[in-house]
Ligand binder design. Sequence first.
Ligand code: APR
Length: 236
Amino acid sequence: MTDYRNIVILTGAGVSAESGIDTFRAEGGLWEQHRVEDVATPEAFARDPDLVLRFYDMRRAAIQTKVPNGAHLALARLDREWAGNLLIVTQNVDDLHERAGARRVLHMHGEHLNAWCTACDTRHPWRGPLMDRPPCPHCGANALRPDIVWFGEMPYRMDDIYAALGQADLFVSIGTSGAVYPAAGLVREARAQGTATLELNLEPSQGTRWFDEARHGPASVLVPAWVDEVLSGQSG
Ligand code: APR
C-alpha cells in the first residue's frame, strides 16, 4: 500500500444494489421495466410529462424504503477518518451515501430527493410526488421537475470533479459498468496524470483495462475490506 493523500471515489448503481435498488443494465434492471427513451430524456418529459413524473415519483418513494449497506457504511467511515482530501462522486440519485453518514458527496447525475424549478432555477428538498404539479416553493410556478440529469443533459459540477481528480493520488471506481460518459472517462483522466486507479465491481467493467488493479465481488464485501486496508495504511 503506498501512502495516499487525496482520494476520489466514483460510485455507481452497484454500490446500492445490495440495498435493493435496481442497477440499470442488469437482467431485468431498471431500464428494462421502462425503456430509457420513455423516461430519462427531456424529450420524453416534453412528450409525456405524466409518465415521467409518475416514474420518478415511484423511484423517489422506493428509495425512501431502502437502507444503506456495508459498502455505504464503509465509505462513510473512510470519509470520517480520512485525514486527506476525499470526494465521493456518485452517479447514483439515491441518498444512501448521506444516510450512511458520508459528507463529502457529489451527485453528478442529480438526486431523487430534490425538485428543480425550471421557472426560477431553484432546487428544493422533495420527498413527496410531483405528479400533482405542486407549485414551486420559491416562485409558485407550476414548473417543478425531477432534479435528475437526463440523457443529453450535462452532468452536474464537472469542474469540481475534474479539480478534485487533478489533486488525487488515488481514484477508486466502485459498482459502475463504465457504460456512460463522462463518468466512464474519469479513469483515463486519472491514469493520464499518473493517479493510481482501482476498480471494485461485481464483474469487470467496460473500462476495466484502464485500471492498475481490479477486484471483483460484491461491494458489501470488497469496500469494507479496502477501507480497512487504506485506513491502516494511513495509520502506517
Ligand atoms: N457489488 C458491486 N458491483 C455490483 C453489484 C454489487 N452487489 N451489483 C451490480 N454491480 C455492478 C454491475 O456489474 C455493473 O457493472 O454495478 C454495475 C452497475 O452498472 P449500471 O447498471 O450500468 O449502473 P451505472 O454504472 O451506475 O450506470 C451509470 O447510467 O443509466 C445511467 O444515469 C444512469 O447513473 C447511471 C449511469
